[in-house]
Ligand binder design. Structure first.
Ligand code: C2G
Length: 153
């Protein structure tokens, strides 16, 4: 039984996440995910849109994922790998080299990220939509005000 372990926030679940989890699941028989807690995210300078509970529910519904547990800090990986008897620790390659110290207890692999999609880009695109929508509403209101003014003369 080959066990693969990975970690992440997995907020606003997108194709980058699912493609990584699919590739990770092909590396072994079980894929276990350390999901960043809301408090740990705050420490990473991230505020996830969905709570830990919601993000865990989404991951647990993913056919590639066997089990989800909470990631509370940067230091727990070594103990987790031993606890879950993980044979492979794998992450997207934006983390290339960052966890090589774990290669004394398991294989450490970094897989290419999916380009052009990220939680940050999704949030930024949505915020632009809100701003553009507000601009449209504001200009419409100004038009209505102008019409009312012209009618009241
Ligand atoms: N990922 C990817 N392609 C993307 C976006 C993310 O392959 N377009 C991968 C990342 O490389 C990571 C995983 O998906 O391996 C989860 O990404 P995040 O949710 O952004 O997690 P991160 O903030 O990198 O937290 O202790 C490790 C941290 O918890 C990792």
């Amino acid at each position: 039984m080959k066990i693969v372990i990975t970690y992440g926030t997995f907020d606003l679940f997108h194709v980058g996440h699912i493609r990584l989890l699919k590739r990770l699941s092909l590396l072994g028989d079980k894929l276990i995910v350390g999901l960043s807690s809301d408090e740990f995210n705050a420490g990473k300078g991230k505020k996830s849109f969905f709570s830990y509970k919601e993000r865990a529910e989404i991951l647990e519904s993913c056919k590639y994922v066997t089990e989800v547990f909470a990631e509370h800090n940067w230091q727990q990986k070594r103990n987790d790998i031993i606890k879950y008897q993980a044979d492979v620790f794998a992450m997207g390659d934006d983390w290339e080299g960052k966890f090589d110290d774990l290669n004394d207890i398991c294989e450490v692999i970094y897989l290419p990220r999916t380009e052009d999609v990220s939680t940050t880009e999704i949030k930024s695109a949505l915020s632009k939509v809100n701003a553009e929508e507000l601009d449209r509403i504001e200009s419409t209101l100004h038009n209505v005000i102008d019409i009312v003014k012209s009618l009241s003369k």
